[in-house]
Design a protein around this ligand. Structure first.
Ligand code: GLU
Length: 303
């Protein structure tokens, strides 16, 4: 077994880079940045040939012991964290970031146990050790850093508004009034921001997809959360839904890790920093193709 910290990350990067060079085991010679056969079945990343240990990381020691990686994700956020109900395939930017980390450590799709964890339950499941890491539109915040650690950021977006396509009243956050009901997810930065800074009433559900349904049923006037998430819902149903106005917060997505496992935070940050074109390929395939703008951000220094 290889016992290294940074070298392990670099080995993973070299191997993942091979996948980008066209060694996709699902479709030999295919460009994995292009949608195509093999992209959703776990063959997108080449997997490190043996489990990589990360010195000083209890998380990675537990993964090695178990031989499985437990990852917390969303599954109702198209282009980010999504489970196709008909094919059973998981897809999205966050899912591929999660797979990239797992592959760099030596774990293939069949070694990954995905758990769906809603916004309100993230800190508890990381703290309890139900999952090894969490990748799901999870904003880095000081309040959350009291409880857990973050690698990243690996993406930056901002809060926006989703309305019915025929709604011309809500044109941005400044058009919100006290007689409107705005829906968001419990435990999110989105619900906190809207309650703190805007006069509207709020409705909360565990999942943003429940808010979208409530809006289609006429129970709420708008859905608010990160624009990258809202664009995914609008793209699924462009005849009925639209994103309106400018973003009104900065949301920096991090990988949630058990508090204090700085060795694992450093490992993931090194993967992001030294990953070459891999971040861009993941972005292009999932978010760029859906019309989302974005560049890879610099990672935060490890605290
Ligand atoms: N990024 C925001 C947050 O972490 C909203 C999206 C979400 O709830 O996952 O709270």
């Amino acid at each position: 077994m290889r016992k290294t910290r940074i070298a392990g990350a670099l080995a993973g990067i070299a191997i993942a880079a091979l996948a980008l060079a066209g060694c996709n085991s699902g479709t030999p010679g295919a460009d994995p940045a292009e949608p195509g056969e093999g992209e959703g079945d776990g063959t997108w990343f080449e997997v490190a040939s043996e489990p990589v240990e990360v010195e000083g990381s209890d998380t990675v020691a537990a993964i090695t012991e178990r031989g499985k990686v437990r990852i917390g994700v969303k599954e109702d956020q198209p282009n980010l964290g999504y489970l196709d109900p008909t094919t059973g395939e998981r897809s999205g930017f966050d899912i591929d970031i999660a797979r990239w980390i797992a592959a760099s450590l030596g774990y293939d799709e069949e070694d990954i146990e995905f758990s769906v964890i809603d916004s309100k339950a993230r800190e508890d499941s990381i703290t309890r050790g139900d999952i090894d890491y969490y990748v799901g539109t999870y904003s880095i915040s000081d309040a959350r850093k009291e409880l857990i650690s973050f690698a990243g950021p690996y993406f930056i977006t901002g809060q926006g508004l989703l309305v019915m396509a025929d709604n011309d009243t809500i044109t941005g956050p400044d058009s919100l009034t006290s007689d409107m009901i705005i829906c968001s997810a419990t435990g999110s930065t989105s619900i906190q921001n809207i309650q703190r800074d805007y006069p509207s009433q709020t409705e909360e559900f565990d999942k943003y997809s429940e808010c979208v349904e409530a809006m289609k049923n006429g129970q709420v006037d708008a859905v608010t959360t990160d624009e990258a998430i809202l664009l995914g819902y609008a793209a699924q149903d462009p005849d009925n839904l639209k994103v309106t106005g400018e973003v009104f917060s900065e949301e920096r997505y991090g990988v949630g890790i058990k508090k204090g496992d700085t060795a694992f935070v450093e490992y993931v940050n090194t993967l992001f920093t030294d990953g070459g074109d891999i971040w861009q390929a993941i972005f292009d395939k999932n978010l760029g193709a859906a019309g989302v703008d974005g560049n890879q951000p610099a990672v935060d220094p490890v605290e």
